[in-house]
Design a protein around this ligand. Sequence first.
Ligand SMILES: [Zn+2]
Length: 248
Amino acid sequence: MLIKDRAVCIRASDYSETSQVVTLFARQSGKVRAIAKGSKRARSAFDGPIEVLSLGDVMFSGIRTDALATLTEFQSQPARGGLRRHLFALHSALFAAELLDSLTDEVDPHPGLFDHFAQFVQGMDDPEIVGDRRDAMIRLILFQLALLGEIGLQPVLKACANCKRPLTAQWGESYFSSAANGLICRDCEMSFPDKVRVDIKAANVLADLRQIAQADEETLDGIERLLIHHFTHILGRSPKLAKHVLPA
Ligand SMILES: [Zn+2]
């Protein structure tokens, strides 16, 4: 049975001289690993090799979790050039794709997350948007928070994850604990040995994401550092591309 879907390629490797194995994140089907026979031939149903981060209409058959599906068509949307021209946009989008690949199960659909990811990749490929590193960073942070929410790991950011006291200016100091999955206040931090200190400006942005548009680059970098720390805890290893997003 042939299935039509819309998908972003999140991973691609050569399978043979003429074929690729790709991992697609598809709107209706979720993450699918498939073989694209002949995709590297000059004339094929794929208009050239399938590139990571390309978005398009796909057709596949034989979707299962224990074997490769067969991709018979991939009509990709023309690239707009942002990802080619701006290294930070490219690294951010590849990093987001790595997280998506690591944190979703095969054939487990997340249409809302697909829509956010597709919009994120298209934004990163828009030369007018991604020339600005700050704007690209905001998009990356919002995508990562959406990803956490979709996989059932929405962190507690409006209050202390332990005592539930809402975050206010009186907090003075704030912390984040991956074990508690959220912000931790000064009174509770002693009970969480894994906690890290969070700049109060960053904590305020996390508690009220409407403020993110006004946040300065240093605050955004602080939030991203915290998210990478958190993803490292969740995955049990540091994400491979994290070092390209934020140099240590
Ligand atoms: Zn507390």
